[in-house]
Design a protein around this ligand. Structure first.
Ligand code: SAH
Ligand code: SF4
Ligand code: F3S
Length: 468
């Protein structure tokens, strides 16, 4: 029995990348049409879904410790006569399927990322006492059949939004599970993307981040009947009234084509921040990773992007301790970081993933060596990040106000370079872009002061249109 309340409540806990954040919202929307309302705590939910990540061992293990806690919660609820359904969605669900239910019998439902449109049916199966496991690949169907968010729900989610335009990956980097958990690359059609973006804008969203595991491999037939790449799509989306800012992630260096680079030069709505993972600075390791480009190709690409957009902020991902990585390989990574100069970057110890080619190598790097390398790399990245943030002190930038800040009377906004900026301003400004003079650098954010148009001295031209 589900208790006495009329509406059932669902709590979704999201792990992993932005695509999971997007998918969790889509699941909430699908369940809303099925009579579920979202709640923000597992304790009062009738359905708890873990939207999981399989990218590194730690990420996958977190799921099992959470399932341990949920088992206790489910047992306690049962004593009070309340039934709680526990489901595992996302990339661990896809990778492990039935195995999850074997290892954690508390799980009633396992659903892979391409099957969320089947959630209502799967829940009916569970209600009839079955254990439901669904891990089919049908990405196109997923997008066609998942309902859109209502205007109210979109509004409640804020002024920035994710929009998945491409899913899956055909690149098969030798360390990575994504091609196995998300399947082959599928691009959504232009009209569906434009429709969804327009709906978001209509509900008050000012900034959209286009998502894909390989977002710049997106392609489709454009409104002019020609084959479009991401560059052309961005130009089209920028025409939507109210969409002031566009971003995209994650891109692969091999898919940065000329029209996308041109968009960074010519499209004011495209923000000057680019996450362009390189993983390593060593050609030997890049080859073993199957990245299919050399360190120098990446550096030349960075030069071309910077020639198009001089102030662009770059970020990247790095793996240290890939099997066979020598001191010399690692030093090549450090040199690449020094050469590029990043605004931010994420770095990870290599984690062998079941079923991936690299996991079978026998030249694994000892953990202590990985730790030492990671620490050095992260110290260098932190220095660069601090220098980048510091370089904006004294500048005046367009800030999109997203939400209330930490203290009363303060708002949190984002710079074009994705920096968090805290400003004293009226809550009515949430959802608008204002000129802000950056005064100082705090621990995790910049602090700024509203620069009213009359007194603004623009010290930095960042090619972003002033809206307010
Ligand atoms: N599609 C993106 C990456 C998605 S995964 C790309 O091609 O760059 C996000 C990041 O996790 C990767 O960039 C990589 O740095 C890291 N990662 C992936 N598999 C990993 C593994 N087995 N061990 C450690 N880090 C890994
Ligand atoms: Fe993984 Fe490589 Fe595909 Fe990125 S490009 S998702 S790292 S296989
Ligand atoms: Fe993790 Fe799956 Fe994203 S493995 S990083 S949640 S695509």
């Amino acid at each position: 029995m589900t208790g006495t309340q009329e509406k059932k409540r669902v709590f979704i806990k999201t792990y992993g990348c932005q695509m999971n954040v997007y998918d969790s919202d889509r699941m909430t929307d699908a369940l809303a049409s099925d009579g579920y309302e979202a709640t923000d705590s597992a304790e009062n939910a009738d359905l708890v879904l873990l939207n999981t990540c399989h990218i590194r061992e730690k990420a996958a293990e977190k799921v099992y410790s959470e399932l341990g806690r949920l088992r206790v919660m489910k047992e306690e609820a049962a004593l009070k006569g309340r039934n709680v359904t526990i489901g595992v969605a996302g990339c661990v669900a896809q990778a492990e399927g039935q195995e999850i239910a074997r290892r954690a019998p508390v799980v009633d439902l396992v659903v892979g990322p391409q099957s969320y449109q089947h959630l209502p049916q799967l829940l009916r199966d569970v209600a009839q006492g079955k254990r439901a496991v669904e891990t089919e690949f049908a990405i196109a169907e997923k997008f066609d059949r998942l309902p859109a968010a209502t205007r109210e729900r979109t509004r409640a989610r804020g002024v920035t939004a994710f929009l998945t335009i491409q899913e899956g990956c055909d690149k098969f980097c030798t360390f990575c599970v994504v091609p196995y958990t998300r399947g082959a690359e599928v691009s959504r059609p232009v009209d569906k993307i434009v429709e969804e973006a327009a709906r978001l804008a209509d509900a008050g969203v000012r900034e959209v981040t286009l998502l894909g595991q390989n977002v710049n491999a997106w392609h489709g037939v454009g409104t002019d009947g020609r084959e479009w790449g991401l560059g052309e799509l961005l130009f089209r989306l920028a025409e939507i009234p109210g969409l002031d800012r566009l971003r995209y992630t994650t891109s692969h260096p091999r898919d940065m084509d000329d029209s996308l680079i041109a968009a960074h030069r010519d499209l004011p709505a495209l923000m000057p921040y680019l996450h362009l993972p390189v993983q390593s600075g060593s050609d030997r390791i890049l080859a073993a990773m199957n990245r299919k480009h050399k360190a120098d190709d990446y550096l030349r690409l960075v030069d071309r992007i910077r020639a198009a957009r001089t102030d662009i902020a770059l970020s990247s991902d790095f793996i240290v301790g890939f099997p066979g990585e020598t001191d010399a390989d690692f030093e090549a990574t450090m040199r690449l970081v020094e050469t590029v100069g990043y605004a931010a970057a994420y770095s990870f110890k290599y984690s062998p993933r079941p079923g991936t080619p690299a996991a079978g190598h026998d030249d694994h790097v000892p953990d202590a060596v990985m730790s030492e390398r990671l620490q050095r790399l992260q110290a260098l990245i932190l220095d660069q990040q601090t220098a980048f943030n510091h370089s904006k002190v004294g500048a005046t930038m367009d800030i999109l106000f997203e939400k209330a800040g930490r203290r009363a009377g303060q708002l949190m906004g984002r710079s074009p370079f994705l920096q968090a900026v805290l400003v004293d301003a009226d809550a009515a400004r949430i959802g608008s872009i204002g000129r802000v003079a950056i005064d100082r650098l705090g621990t995790n954010s910049l602090f700024g002061t509203l620069a009213e148009p009359a007194s603004t001295s623009i010290q930095e031209s960042n090619a972003v249109e002033v809206i307010s």
